[in-house]
Ligand binder design. Structure first.
Ligand SMILES: *[C@@H]1O[C@H](CO)[C@@H](O)[C@H](O)[C@H]1NC(C)=O
Ligand SMILES: *[C@@H]1O[C@H](CO)[C@@H](O)[C@H](O)[C@H]1NC(C)=O
Ligand SMILES: *[C@@H]1O[C@H](CO)[C@@H](O)[C@H](O)[C@H]1NC(C)=O
Ligand SMILES: *[C@@H]1O[C@H](CO)[C@@H](O)[C@H](O)[C@H]1NC(C)=O
Ligand SMILES: *[C@@H]1O[C@H](CO)[C@@H](O)[C@H](O)[C@H]1NC(C)=O
Ligand SMILES: *[C@@H]1O[C@H](CO)[C@@H](O)[C@H](O)[C@H]1NC(C)=O
Length: 503
């Protein structure tokens, strides 16, 4: 049924030989793709990691990025062959910077214990998560580079120096908002970024840059919509000899220029996060997310690279694998809907990961341990103001972002929207009878109350046990990690002799 991943005919003989010699595991046959997925877990009831890993394998997803060394996720990844980047929370940076004792301990607890025969294929350790975000002030500015150095030393000590690379995921606001050919790091970050670039060049490791055209578009009303996508634009960005057709290439090359500006033009740039949410904001829906993500995949798989790095395939980690219903709403109601898959591992839209225009769809997670098939809804004849009051109560802890403006359930009206809220609360509380009382206004039903595209969820029963600590703050990242936001506004009001924008 699925024919998405094909062996390139050129590689067959080689693969065949290795296969005969038994040197390559099955996963190697498809090779490591340039596309990976961020696997976050800020969910009330995450799908058990072993089921997620099976889903990754079925879809031939060969790379993931975790936000911490989650023991359950890493255990599930053992033997899968899937390439793993393990994150480290910003909270650990200070101790990492102070001595190699802390990084030695981390390596022993969170790296070497998962490696070895039949182990996890950990290839990168990411130091912190967007530590230079303006919202954090200067707290991580001077500890990140020493933390990277100490981690590298600890990894080298155990003989993994060539195998496991050390990198740092940067938010886009580490750069100034400029055209690509003028890319430079923020003045307050120049010294640190110069040290980091030197380190990355010396250790042959990439710099991770998180790039969010969705935020460019959502937060700036002057941003040309089609520039955020990949299917052609009437607003190309002409920058000297180069013409940019999409926001990703422009942001990517801005990073390339900034690295050259501090003396390291050859450091590899990898997109640490990029994606499009499906709910909770006017631009966030399934069709725009599919347009963006399929365009991204095609662009990456075309191997055309960017104007400054032509022919060098872009590497990117899609944000995100799964929806996460407990994420902070500070960035916006869309924040819980970045998944290409729903929280329970169901593909939201058809996506061909080969980028070869094949009619193929993602496979859903199998054997998800759901709670019983039942929902909690509002009594249709209930007192309206009482229903609203109870719905508000439900939404104070449960996820109701689909009800927000532009959301998939925003137009269902009363009393269905109260039902949505009641059900969200009921599932969050594992269908506990008391959680469907709502002053006598809640009713349990066995008939799916979903209304059109507004899906009423059923929760997952088995605790995935993924930890949720540390994540709260990194979400703030999205508030300021959009990059090209004001370029277009600026261009129209300034006259720069070296470049111009054709609208
Ligand atoms: C291992 O990683 C976990 C998750 O990030 C962290 O809580 C723990 O402190 C780490 N262990 C060490 C010894 O640093
Ligand atoms: C970081 O280091 C620079 C240069 O040594 C120093 O001027 C600055 O005050 C330090 N910042 C913090 C937050 O420690
Ligand atoms: C999705 O969003 C786009 C942009 O706001 C809009 O034009 C389109 O109609 C929306 N599609 C659906 C199915 O809601
Ligand atoms: C993919 O899904 C779409 C709709 O969800 C369907 O129309 C199409 O036939 C599917 N393609 C394959 C190859 O299953
Ligand atoms: C609905 O409940 C409110 C109190 O919460 C009450 O003031 C109002 O009269 C009720 N409306 C009807 C139609 O019963
Ligand atoms: C439900 O819809 C009604 C109007 O149809 C609206 O006044 C109310 O604010 C909505 N409530 C929620 C929780 O979305």
């Amino acid at each position: 049924m699925r024919s998405r991943v094909r062996l390139h005919t050129m590689r067959l003989p080689v693969v065949f030989i290795f296969h005969v010699l038994g040197l390559l595991s099955r996963e190697w046959l498809v090779g490591v793709s340039a596309l990976g997925f961020n696997w976050g877990s800020i969910s009330s009831r995450p799908v058990p990691p072993r089921i997620v890993v099976q889903m990754l394998k079925t879809n031939h997803i060969s790379k993931v990025k975790l936000f911490d060394a989650n023991p359950d996720a890493l255990a599930a990844l053992r033997g899968s062959g899937i390439e793993v980047m393990v994150g480290t929370p910003n909270e650990l940076l200070q101790s990492f910077a102070e001595s190699t004792a802390a990084t030695d301990a981390w390596v022993s607890a969170n790296l070497t214990s998962y490696l070895g025969k039949g182990g996890a294929n950990i290839r990168y350790v990411a130091i912190g998560n967007e530590p230079f975000l303006r919202a954090y002030g200067t707290q991580y500015q001077n500890v990140t580079y020493p933390a990277m150095k100490n981690m590298y030393e600890s990894i080298s000590k155990v003989g993994l120096g060539g195998q496991v690379k050390v990198t740092v995921p940067c938010n886009a606001d580490v750069l100034l908002n400029t055209p690509p050919s003028k890319g430079e790091f923020r003045p307050d970050m120049k010294v640190t970024m110069t040290q980091i670039a030197a380190f990355l060049a010396q250790t042959n490791a990439p710099l991770l840059m998180n790039i969010y055209p969705f935020l460019d578009l959502t937060l700036d009303s002057n941003f040309p919509e089609d520039f955020a996508f990949f299917d052609g634009t009437t607003h190309s960005l002409v920058d000297g000899p180069n013409t940019y057709m999409n926001a990703l290439d422009a942001s990517f090359d801005m990073t390339v220029t900034a690295l050259a500006g501090v003396g390291y033009p050859n450091v590899q740039v990898v997109v640490g996060e990029i994606g499009w949410p499906t709910d909770g904001a006017p631009y966030a829906n399934v069709s725009t997310a599919q347009r963006f993500t399929q365009g991204l995949v095609k662009h990456v798989q075309s191997k055309q690279g960017t104007p400054l790095r032509p022919g060098m395939q872009i590497e990117a980690y899609i944000f995100s694998l799964l929806d996460e219903n407990q994420k902070s709403l500070l960035p916006g109601n869309f924040e819980r809907h970045w998944g290409v898959f729903t929280f329970d591992g169901q593909a939201k839209y058809p996506l061909d990961l080969s980028g070869e225009d094949q009619d193929s769809n993602l496979s859903n997670a199998d054997d998800v341990p759901y709670l019983p098939t039942r929902w909690c809804v509002a009594n249709r004849h209930g007192n309206v103001s009482e229903l609203l009051r109870n719905a508000e109560y439900a939404c104070s802890s449960a996820d109701c972002t689909a009800l927000s403006e532009g959301g998939s359930c925003s137009n269902i009206g009363m009393p269905d929207n109260a039902s949505y809220a009641f059900n969200s609360y009921y599932q969050l509380n594992l269908q506990d009878d008391n959680s469907c009382s709502f002053d006598g206004l809640g009713v349990v039903t066995f008939v799916d109350p979903s209304v059109g595209d507004c899906r009423f969820l059923i929760g997952v029963s088995e605790a995935g046990k993924l930890s949720c600590k540390f994540y709260g703050v990194f979400l703030m990242a999205f508030l300021s990690s959009y990059l090209l936001r004001t370029i277009f506004a600026e261009v129209t009001s300034s006259r720069c002799p070296h470049w111009n924008v054709v609208f």
